[in-house]
Design a protein around this ligand. Structure first.
Ligand code: XIL
Length: 306
């Protein structure tokens, strides 16, 4: 892998269906999409017997008709996990996880470029995060999830993915050790995803070095969820700083030959998870509420080959 990273975007399934301008922008500006929510456990599994694939199917159909690759996000995570999973006896959760991975990955077999198999399994200290999966199986659930995903789609590139791992730090060190162990155990892991949710004016200082050390283990890497939030209201200065920060992330990614993709976590401030999640912040994306280009837009589209 030595081509420039492909540029992608997370898509909001409702906006994709209802906003033609948004849909056209996604189709024309990017070569990869991630479902912002539609392929997560909770929306896919209203109950143990039901698989609700309609929204995910529509996203796949859109991606295929527009010629976009899909990053599948995400199979095993502690968030947006249906309540019935934590209510189920711990002894049943291995079977629930296996069922889920088998059904979802095989449904889209051969059509998903990357799967985020396990999302955010470590906390900010690099310790295993407590979750219904960890409680039931201990840390072994990670290896098990990758084996199951590989069995269901041997052609998909399988990723571990997390936030606050842009730099060389305690958390990314813990991932580095985890990945080494998984590889030593013969687990089919192929990629490390660095999410890239950032605050303006605080760019990572060792992103390139960090990506390179994972690549040196034989993995590919990707920036999987890039957004850069700004304290509200934005100013010309903060918007310019945001453009610099986007450019810095893209340049670091482009400098690492094993970096497969840079995916933005949203295209425009019109559809953004930021204001509802981080009080006082917003304006995190490259287009504004009216889908007009912000300074960050030129920074992104000027620096990555599509
Ligand atoms: C976020 C979505 O953007 C929101 O719409 C949703 O309400 C919560 O999840 N890390 C991840 C993503 O891996 O799945 C999260 O997406 C953002 C943080």
């Amino acid at each position: 892998m030595s081509a420039a990273p492909l540029l992608g975007c997370a898509v909001d399934a409702t906006a994709l269906e209802q906003d033609a301008e948004y849909r056209a922008l996604i189709a024309s500006r990017f070569s990869v999409v991630t479902a912002e929510n539609a392929m997560k456990f909770e929306p896919l599994r209203p109950d143990r017997e039901t698989f609700a694939f309609a929204a995910a199917d529509r996203l796949m159909a859109f991606a295929e008709s527009a010629g976009l690759r899909v990053r599948g996000h995400t199979l095993v995570w502690h968030n947006q996990l249906a309540d019935w999973v934590s209510a189920a006896p711990a002894a049943e959760r291995r079977a629930i996880m296996a069922d889920h991975i088998q059904a979802v990955v095989s449904r889209y077999r051969g059509r998903v470029w990357h799967w985020d198999v396990v999302n955010e399994p470590l906390d900010d200290d690099g310790e295993p995060r407590t979750s219904p999966w960890f409680e039931a199986m201990g840390i072994d659930y990670i290896a098990e999830a990758f084996r199951l995903a590989h069995e269901a789609d041997p052609g998909a590139t399988l990723y571990l993915n997390d936030y606050n791992v842009e730099d060389v730090c305690a958390k990314s060190d813990a991932y580095y050790e985890l990945v080494r162990e998984l590889i030593a155990d013969g687990v089919p892991i192929h990629g490390f995803g660095v999410q890239g949710h950032r605050i303006v004016g605080d760019p990572p200082s060792s992103l390139r070095r960090n990506l390179s050390r994972f690549a040196a283990l034989g993995l590919e890497v990707a920036l999987t969820e890039v957004d850069i939030r700004i304290p509200q209201p934005p100013t010309p200065e903060s918007l310019a700083a945001q453009a610099d920060d986007y450019r810095g992330l893209l340049d670091a990614a482009a400098a690492v030959p094993e970096c497969a993709a840079v995916v933005l976590w949203g295209l425009s401030d019109r559809y953004s998870w930021i204001p509802a999640t981080f009080a006082g912040f917003g304006s995190a994306h490259v287009l504004d509420d009216d889908l007009r280009e912000k300074p960050a837009y030129a920074a992104v589209f000027g620096s990555v080959t599509r």
